[in-house]
Design a protein around this ligand. Structure first.
Ligand SMILES: Nc1ncnc2c1ncn2[C@@H]1O[C@H](COP(=O)(O)OP(=O)(O)OP(=O)(O)O)[C@@H](O)[C@H]1O
Ligand SMILES: [Mg+2]
Length: 532
C-alpha cells in the first residue's frame, strides 16, 4: 500500500476535524477527504500559476490519498485538441507534445467527449488505454485501478483528471471516483478563471499600449491593432506597408513593446537615409581597419539588438549586396562583421517597413524576390487616413489639439464646425503626419480657445468648394477669393448652427437679407439642413 505522508492542515480555515486530533485515522475517512478538498479549494482560490498549482494538487492527491500518476488534461481554447497535460512531476516538454489527443481519442478523450467518468478495474488491452504520457511504462497495467473524471466548467467538459492506484487497495471505487470528481469540480472554474484573467490582461495590455499611440477606432485600424497584438507574441518577421505618414514607425515600435522582447532594445535603421557604402557596416558591424575610416571594431545593429528587435525602415532602399546578406540572417540567423571572419548568431526579431510597392521593385530587378517572401511572412497594411473615415480623422485631430494645446500652454478646447468639415473633407496625401503638422500650425495660429477654419492651411481651404471654371483669375487672385469665400462659409455655417438651421434668423444675425443668405448657401453648397 502506498503510504502517504500524514495530512497536516494546520492553517485550516475550518476547525480541525476532531477525529484527526484524537485518533490516528485512515487517510480515506470522510474527514480526511473533506479536509483535503477544503485545502485544495482554498489553495486554488489564491493561486495564479495554473500549471504549478495543478501539479501541486496532484502531488497532494498522491501524498494524502495515494492516487498515483495523476494527470490533468485540458482542452485548448479552441476546444478541438487536448493540449495541456499537467502531472505532479511536470511533463517534460517532449512528452507534452506526444500527449496530444483529439476529444474522443483514448480514455481521456472519451471521458471529455462523453463528459462522464471511467473506472477500469485493471487495464486491459481492449480498453483503448494509450498512456501517451509514458508514466506507466513497465508497470503491470492489469493490476492497476485507473480512474478518469471529467473537469467541467458550467457543466461542459473542459478537460479530465486521471490517476491510478493498485487494484488490490481499491475497496470503494465509487468513493474514489466521487472524491476525484469533487477535486475536478474545484479545478474547472479555477482553470477557466485563470484563462479569462490571462485573456483580460492581454487585452488590457494591448489596449492600454495602443490607445494613445495608435489612435483610431475604425474597423481598418482595429484590424491593424488585432494583427499587431497577435504577431507581437511570436518571433515572426513582419512587413509593414503603407503610404508615408500612416504610422508604420509607430506600429513597429508598438509590436516590439507588446512582445516578450520589450525589455530588450528595438533598434531602428532607416535604410534610405544611410549612404549605401555604410548600410552594411551599420547592420552587421565592422572589424578595425576593414575600410577607410574604420578605426575600431564596431558592433552592428544585429549584434546590439540581441534579444530585441531590428526595425528596418524603408527596406526597399536596401542595396542589392546588403539584401543578400540580410536574406542569410533571416534564413540562418548568422552573419559576419564587415571585414571579419567570426560568425555571429543573431536572435533579433525583424520588422521591416516600406511605402513602396516592393512587387514592382521585384519586377524591375531592384529587390530580391526571395528576400521579399522571407520578410512578408506576416504583412500588415496601414490604411491611408482618407480610408479610415471621418470619426478616426476627428479622433486624431482631437488628440493632436489636446497635445499641442498642452505643449504650447494654451487652452484650446474645440474645433469649430467649418474647420471640422475642412479636416474631414481633405484627402490627406501625407496622412497622419500631415494632420499632426496641420493641427500644430492651427494651434500656433489660434488666439482663443477654438480652432477656426481660417487657422488651417491653404491646402485645406482649396478643398472647401469647387471654384467654377473661368471664375478664378491669376493664382494670387483666386487664393484671395478662396479665402474670402471660406470666411463667408465659416460665418454662415456658424450662424446656421447657432440658429438650428433657421435661415431667416441666421441672415439677421449676420446683417444679410434672406435672399442674400439663400444665394450664398446655394453658391457654396452649404448643407443647412443638417443644423436643424
Ligand atoms: N494612429 C496614430 N495615432 C497617433 N499618432 C500617429 C498615428 N499614426 C501616426 N501617428 C503619428 O504620425 C507621425 C507619422 O507616423 P510614422 O512616422 O510612424 O509614419 P510612417 O508610416 O513611418 O511614415 P514614413 O513612411 O514617412 O516613414 C508620427 O509623428 C506619429 O506619431
Ligand atoms: Mg517611418
Amino acid at each position: 500500500m502506498v503510504k502517504p505522508e500524514s495530512f497536516n492542515d494546520d492553517e485550516g480555515f475550518f476547525a480541525p476535524c476532531p477525529m484527526l486530533d484524537t485518533f490516528s485515522v485512515p487517510n480515506n475517512t470522510a474527514c480526511a477527504r473533506l479536509g483535503l478538498l477544503a485545502r485544495i479549494g482554498r489553495f486554488l482560490s489564491t493561486e495564479d500559476n495554473a500549471a504549478a498549482a495543478l501539479s501541486e494538487v496532484l502531488r497532494w492527491l498522491y501524498r494524502d490519498q495515494g492516487y498515483a500518476r495523476g494527470v490533468v488534461t485540458l482542452l485548448n481554447d479552441a476546444e478541438d485538441e487536448i493540449s495541456a497535460d499537467i502531472t505532479a512531476a511536470g511533463v517534460p516538454t517532449d512528452t507534452g507534445s506526444l500527449m496530444r489527443y483529439r476529444p474522443g481519442e483514448g480514455i481521456t478523450g472519451r471521458v471529455i467527449a462523453t463528459n462522464s467518468p471511467v473506472y477500469l478495474a485493471g487495464v486491459q488491452p481492449q480498453d483503448g488505454f494509450l498512456d501517451r504520457s509514458g508514466l506507466r511504462q513497465g508497470l503491470d497495467l492489469s493490476r492497476l485501478a485507473f480512474f478518469c473524471v471529467p473537469i467541467q466548467y458550467r457543466g461542459k467538459a473542459v478537460g479530465a483528471l486521471s490517476a491510478d492506484r493498485p487494484l488490490s487497495e481499491v475497496a470503494d471505487p465509487e468513493g474514489d471516483l466521487r472524491l476525484l470528481a469533487e477535486v475536478a469540480y474545484l479545478i474547472g472554474p479555477f482553470v477557466q478563471r485563470r484563462r479569462l484573467e490571462d485573456r483580460l490582461e492581454a487585452y488590457q495590455r494591448v489596449h492600454i499600449a495602443t490607445f494613445d499611440r495608435l489612435v483610431g477606432r475604425s474597423p481598418a485600424m482595429e484590424a491593424v491593432s488585432r494583427l499587431a497584438a497577435k504577431v507581437a507574441g511570436v518571433d515572426t518577421s513582419v512587413l509593414i506597408t503603407g503610404e508615408t505618414g500612416t504610422g508604420k514607425g509607430v506600429l513597429a515600435q508598438l509590436i516590439h513593446d507588446l512582445s516578450p522582447r520589450r525589455a530588450k532594445p528595438c533598434i531602428e535603421v532607416n535604410c534610405g537615409a544611410i549612404p549605401e557604402s555604410l548600410v552594411e557596416s551599420e547592420l552587421f558591424g565592422h572589424e578595425k581597419g576593414s575600410f577607410t575610416g574604420a578605426s575600431a571594431r564596431r558592433a552592428g545593429v544585429f549584434e546590439r539588438a540581441q534579444g530585441g528587435t531590428v526595425f528596418l525602415d524603408e527596406i526597399g532602399e536596401l542595396p542589392p549586396g546588403v539584401q543578400t546578406r540580410l536574406l542569410r540572417v533571416l534564413q540562418t540567423k548568422r552573419f559576419e562583421r564587415v571585414g571579419g571572419s567570426e560568425t555571429i548568431v543573431s536572435d533579433a526579431r525583424i520588422i521591416a517597413a516600406t511605402n513602396r510597392h516592393l512587387e514592382g521593385d521585384i519586377v524591375a530587378g531592384r529587390f530580391r524576390s526571395d528576400l521579399y517572401y522571407r520578410l512578408n511572412v506576416f504583412p500588415i497594411h496601414m490604411p491611408p487616413l482618407r480610408e479610415r473615415g471621418k470619426a478616426d480623422m476627428m479622433l486624431l485631430a482631437d488628440v493632436f489639439v489636446e497635445r499641442f494645446s498642452r505643449e504650447m500652454g494654451k487652452t484650446i478646447v474645440r474645433i469649430d464646425t467649418p474647420a471640422i468639415d475642412m479636416l474631414t473633407a481633405y484627402h490627406w496625401p501625407g496622412n497622419v503626419r500631415e494632420m499632426e503638422n496641420v493641427i500644430e500650425r492651427a494651434a500656433v495660429m489660434a488666439e482663443g480657445d477654438v480652432i477656426h477654419g481660417h487657422h488651417l492651411p491653404p491646402s485645406l481651404q482649396m478643398n472647401r468648394y469647387q471654384t467654377k471654371p473661368g471664375q478664378g483669375g491669376p493664382e494670387e487672385d483666386s487664393a484671395f477669393a478662396d479665402r474670402v469665400a471660406n470666411f463667408e462659409i465659416e460665418l454662415i455655417t456658424e450662424a446656421l448652427k447657432d440658429t438650428s438651421g433657421n435661415q431667416s434668423q441666421a441672415a439677421k444675425r449676420l446683417g444679410l437679407s434672406k435672399r442674400m443668405i439663400q444665394y450664398k448657401i446655394r453658391l457654396y453648397g452649404i448643407d443647412w439642413q443638417r443644423f436643424k
